[in-house]
Ligand binder design. Sequence first.
Ligand code: PNS
Length: 156
Amino acid sequence: MQCIYPGSFDPITLGHLDIIQRASQAFDCVYVTILLNHKKTYLFSVEERLAMIKKACAHIPNVQACYYDGLLTHFARSKKAQTILRGLRSASDFEFELQMANLNKQLAPEIETYFMATSPDLSYISSTAVRELAMFHADISKYVPISIVEDIQRKF
Ligand code: PNS
């Protein structure tokens, strides 16, 4: 079974990587996919974000980094994936996630959204916090994969 793990990944964090690693044990293939969230503006280009995902996941053979400019359900169908996976860090994440899962279910009833709880020791990490820390030249090495620390720092 294959799953799509969609998100902005601006940039990928250790919280994302935790979900990807655990999903890679449960699914034959995990498509880590950058899609557009029209509520957000991005710091890193799609190419930069893809390169960081590829570096961070290089050690996991059944993970593929992708980008799709369109609806998540269209991409999932094009990959014949029956599952969308989203990580939950806190109860406050849930309202938006439930709305998105219900909308996607309406658009593609054959595709299920699965939620995975982020490991508690990583649940406070967000891409937003990483960008803010990096902007002020703070140490980000506890929050993102070590292989991409310099890529992020270079941006500032
Ligand atoms: O990391 P994010 O920003 O919370 O990810 C949200 C994302 C990109 C997965 C979501 O905005 C998305 O699926 N965008 C693609 C367009 C789409 O399918 N919209 C309908 C479902 S909200």
